[in-house]
Ligand binder design. Structure first.
Ligand code: GLV
Length: 322
């Protein structure tokens, strides 16, 4: 028996991170393509000193107790951690690590990609060719909406919201944001006007969500808030699916009360293949790829490894959830 700390890594993460963990710990890795069923995790986590997990696992009080009182750290390889019961971890004195910062640019790029894809009907246009509809250049076909001169409303002006703002300035969008905790001078420096949510919803041509999922933000975009938006508006979500009431979104799109939507996140994930949203031409849905660039995922894995190793060796975590 080695006297290295024992850790469970719940998914096959990039080698850059796994190698670090291997050097410091005795590692069990769940290496299947699909996440481990919860019951299996309960078993695997038994006796572990540390847990490196991802957003596909539910980390609740039951799992923490199944691990045992020696569990010293939960290290999430993601910036969002709504899959973890933070209160339960706090009660048990278990610090939680996450991976902020390294995925900001990649996620902001995907928000811009969705904004352009929906406003300029990119996916519809690709299908137009693939289905043999392209006969000639047509003065009135596949017309979208412009970014220049339009208003982008950012719900949340944290790291990712700000990175979207920086990109959007290059497209000559007017920028407004609702972000109760953002210091006005930081918004101002980016050319963003801080506004109330009601104003943002009624004023924006494009609304992009950059808020964590919590009790305050669950279904923030619902039938009522969708009704406040312009029928010509487009909704972009690269945060968490649960921020949007997807049924209400479908109804609004179907009734022509919203022009389109671009979603990198859905609720649930994966979105069921028979979900009616998938049948709408003005909706682009991606399989949660905001942080999916090689460099970003390598950095996330290394950060998660560093938090894990710090936790099991009794050091403060480099990036700890407050
Ligand atoms: C991805 O969604 C993350 O939270 O890092």
């Amino acid at each position: 028996m080695s006297n290295q700390p024992r850790v469970l890594v719940t998914r096959l993460i990039p080698e850059a991170g796994l190698e670090r963990v291997r050097q410091a710990c005795e590692v069990t890795v769940w290496a299947e393509d699909m996440p481990a069923p919860y019951e299996r995790l309960l078993d695997l986590v038994k006796g572990m000193d540390g847990l490196l997990c991802t957003l596909t696992e539910r980390i609740d009080a039951g799992l923490m107790d199944a691990a045992g009182p020696q569990l010293k750290v939960i290290s999430q390889m993601a910036v969002g951690y709504d899959n973890i019961d933070v209160a339960a971890a706090r009660t048990r004195g278990i610090p939680i690590g996450n991976t902020p910062g390294v995925l900001t640019d990649a996620t902001a790029d995907i928000a811009m990609a969705l904004l352009l894809a929906v406003s300029r009907r990119i996916v519809e246009s690709v299908d137009y060719i693939r289905t043999g509809q392209w006969q000639t250049w047509q003065p009135t076909a596949l017309l979208g909406t412009d970014l220049a001169g339009a208003t982008l409303g950012l719900i949340g002006l944290g790291r990712i919201g700000k990175a979207v703002a920086r990109r959007a300035r290059g497209f000559d969008l007017r920028l407004i944001a609702h972000s109760p905790h953002c210091p006005p001078e930081e918004a101002h420096a980016l050319g963003v006007e801080l506004v109330e949510l009601d104003y943002l919803l009624s004023e924006a041509d494009y609304v992009s969500i950059h808020t964590p999922l919590n009790e305050r933000t669950r279904h923030l975009i619902n039938r009522k808030t969708l009704a406040q938006m312009k029928p010509s508006a487009i909704l972009i979500n690269t945060a968490r699916g649960g921020v949007v009431d997807q049924h209400a979104l479908y109804e609004a799109l179907q009734a022509g009360k919203l022009r389109g939507a671009g979603l990198d996140v859905t609720d649930p994930e994966p979105i069921p293949l028979d979900d009616p949203l998938l049948g709408l031409p003005n909706v682009v849905i991606l399989p949660h790829i905001g942080s999916a660039s090689q460099r970003t995922r390598d950095r996330m894995a290394m950060m998660a490894a560093d938090n894990l190793i710090a936790g099991v060796t009794g050091q403060p975590l480099p990036t700890q959830v407050k």
